[in-house]
Ligand binder design. Structure first.
Ligand SMILES: C[S@@+](CC[C@H](N)C(=O)[O-])C[C@H]1O[C@@H](n2cnc3c(N)ncnc32)[C@H](O)[C@@H]1O
Length: 211
């Protein structure tokens, strides 16, 4: 397999030692996306937050700094990601403030209406049906809970060679916005950031009181 394909596959589903190396590199690209997302989320000290596709767990640390009396629940399909994020967040896990689960974002193993905030960063293009994930984020949020979905600007990201690998789903911005609204979110808005690698969009929305 060509190197670009190996990188592309690992970006979709990081595994083993190469997955760990890739995360170190990938997080350098996505950490600014994560910081920006955390700034936009209006996190309160007591918030219980869920993150889908947390990668090596760097964003979990950022979320926890804001939700200093709250908690972060992370969901990932990659065992390698869970192993890395467990090490990175060992203290918070031992204190019961971080919980990590192996599960897919479109089938969250949680009851409805339990989280204050939900987010996912740099996952939209590796998931075939992001709308199914947005619906699950909506379901597990409390009324008035808020969601943030951040992803690189398609037109820039498409030029990044590993993205040519089979298994990337380069959804159009309009389709992602529609899927987000169709999941039930209201007061939706999209923020743009041209200061981060590839540029980024962040879709923000709220679960209404009566849904
Ligand atoms: C490009 S990485 C981004 C990781 C991290 N969010 C970041 O910003 O660095 C995509 C991550 O999404 C995870 N992922 C892919 N499909 C998923 C799904 N259906 N549910 C949960 N996680 C998923 C992958 O395992 C991978 O760790």
């Amino acid at each position: 397999m060509k190197l670009m394909n190996v990188i592309g596959k690992q970006m979709q589903y990081p595994r083993g030692i190469f997955g760990k190396i890739l995360f170190a590199w990938m997080t350098r690209m996505t950490i600014e996306h994560a910081r920006w997302t955390v700034d936009l989320m209006e996190i309160q000290p007591d918030d219980d937050i869920i993150e889908i596709g947390f990668g090596n767990g760097a964003n979990i640390k950022l979320l926890l700094q804001r939700a200093r009396n709250g908690s972060v629940t992370g969901v990932e399909i990659s065992e390698t990601a869970i192993e890395m994020a467990s090490k990175k967040n060992a203290k918070a896990i031992s204190e019961g403030r971080v919980k990590l689960y192996e599960a897919a974002g479109n089938a969250l193993p949680f009851e409805a209406g339990v989280y204050d905030k939900a987010c996912t960063v740099a996952t939209a293009y590796v998931i075939e049906d992001p709308g199914a994930v947005f619906k699950e984020m909506y379901r597990v949020l409390k009324p008035h809970g808020r969601a943030a979905v951040t992803f690189p600007v398609r037109e820039n990201f498409i030029r990044f060679k590993p993205v040519g690998t089979e298994g990337f789903y380069l959804h159009e911005l309009a389709d992602l916005k529609k899927a987000f609204r169709d999941a039930g979110f209201v007061n939706c808005r999209t923020e743009d950031n041209d200061q981060v690698r590839f540029g980024a969009h962040c879709m923000l929305g709220e679960k209404p009181t009566i849904s």
